[in-house]
Design a protein around this ligand. Structure first.
Ligand code: B12
Ligand code: SF4
Ligand code: SF4
Length: 363
């Protein structure tokens, strides 16, 4: 397939705002990677994310998703910048969630790119597929195979240019474009860089994880992961994880923040991402007192909407409990207790129970 088309597509993707663009040949996961993924599911490490266990074989070979797939393009969008970190330490919101939902912004750019390609090649609509977190594709595995980086002990795809601050996306293409050369000359196109090899003896992420969720290098048990608990879990947060949750309201970046590869990361963030200062300026009291109308207005197209209002109240209550325990003399304490008392009468049993737990944390 024409190198000119490949390079024009790459240029188009960079023009749309993607920071990294890399082509990979289609294929299957290696038996070792496939076995790890199957074991992760068999042990229930995916928690309540049952959609991950639905037809797992599809995730191991993109041709099971789109039979005509002949090559892939993996894109990365960088977000090294940590907007509003200084004036908003409590509650903590994961870096990626301080921007407009990337499913919206990156998703739109992916659709524009598909349309561009289909029009150029006079293909019918939906001849390509593109996903960012939205499809049955093991995006980190494909990013590693495309040479975008390697999977570290924290499970993250780590790039030499952007550290682990990259949001990933994947295109399934109906043409066999030639693969890009890989950064490590020992690895041939179609092979995977060895898991965690470039971590060397470093174990910083394993030590930094507050719950021991990284059960083996590169594998995270979602049941213990605070990212899962604060974003995906729709039920009660297990009691033993509430104190380790600290001040995390939505998402967790601890195993990302400590990675030494981040010192090479390109500063700033891609123009595909839009910072949302209002969200983190709410503060703990703002989250505890959030009403439905404000929630609808402020959280439009924000990743935090995934937790739903009840989930944000639940998480804010846990943060508040930890705050009362750590900072009993802080001037905000009376306001926080009042807001918790109100939440403890919520008709939603889960919210009420978390607020009651929080009120009992004061020493
Ligand atoms: C489910 C999910 C979660 C779950 C489970 C996390 C986990 N460790 O798997 C929870 C909710 C906990 C979560 C948390 C986070 N997530 Co998440 N999550 C996903 C999702 C939807 C699926 C991941 C999955 O299938 N996991 C199962 C495990 C076993 O697979 P894996 O981690 O991909 O690794 C296996 C494969 O890569 C395979 N493999 C290895 N080589 C090869 C080669 C080939 C060719 C193939 C096919 C496979 C393969 O072997 C690996 C080990 O078994 C992906 C999007 C996607 N569709 O991939 C985003 C994704 C992984 N998440 C992402 C992010 C940003 C996060 C958080 C940082 C968010 C936050 N701030 O709170 C945390 C980080 C936690 C961590 N250290 O992993 C990004 C990661 C970007 C990056 N640079 O790595 C992704 C890729 C979304 C995106 N589009 O950018 N997440
Ligand atoms: S995201 Fe947080 S809880 Fe999850 S593995 Fe990383 S450090 Fe541990
Ligand atoms: S912190 Fe160290 S061990 Fe963890 S992913 Fe980064 S380099 Fe690897």
């Amino acid at each position: 397939m024409s190198e000119t088309l490949k390079e024009r597509f790459r240029e188009k993707l960079h023009d749309l705002g993607f920071s990294e663009v890399r082509f990979a040949p289609v294929g299957e996961a290696t038996p070792a990677a496939a076995d790890r993924f199957r074991r992760w599911l068999a042990e229930g490490q995916h928690a309540d994310m049952h959609w991950l266990a639905k037809n797992p074989e599809r995730r191991l070979d993109p041709r099971e998703v789109l039979a005509t797939t002949a090559s892939l393009v993996v894109v990365g969008t960088h977000y090294q910048e940590s907007p509003f970190a200084g004036h908003q330490a409590i509650p903590v919101v994961g870096r990626y969630a301080r921007y407009t939902d990337y499913h919206e912004t990156i998703g739109k750019a992916l659709r524009q790119a598909c349309q561009w390609f289909e029009e150029k090649m006079s293909l019918p609509p939906r001849s390509l597929r593109a996903y960012t977190d939205t499809g049955p594709i093991l995006e980190r595995g494909w990013a590693a195979r495309a040479g975008l980086g390697f999977q570290g002990k924290n499970g993250m795809l780590i790039s030499r240019q952007h550290g682990n601050w990259l949001i990933l996306g994947v295109f399934l293409l109906p043409y066999p474009f030639s693969p890009d050369p890989l950064p490590d000359p020992r690895v041939e196109p179609g092979e995977d860089p060895p898991l965690a090899e470039y971590c060397g003896t470093c174990t910083r992420c394993l030590t930094a994880c507050p719950t021991g969720a990284i059960t083996e290098p590169g594998l995270v048990d979602a049941r213990l992961c605070l990212s899962y608990q604060t974003i995906e879990n729709r039920g009660s947060i297990p009691l033993e994880l509430r104190r380790p949750m600290g001040y995390r309201l939505f998402g967790c970046d601890d195993c990302l923040e400590v990675c030494p590869w981040n010192k090479f990361a390109q500063k700033g963030h891609s123009r595909l991402l839009e910072a949302r200062p209002l969200i983190t300026s709410l503060g703990l009291l703002g989250f505890l007192r959030l009403d439905r109308q404000t929630y609808v207005e402020i959280f439009r197209k924000s990743p935090l909407k995934r937790a739903k209002l009840e989930g944000l109240w639940r998480n804010a209550a846990v943060v508040a409990g930890n705050f009362l325990r750590n900072e009993p003399h802080h001037p905000d304490v009376p306001g926080i207790k009042k807001a918790l008392q109100e939440l403890s009468h919520s008709p939603n049993e889960m919210v009420a129970e978390h607020a009651q737990w929080a009120l009992h944390q004061e020493r």
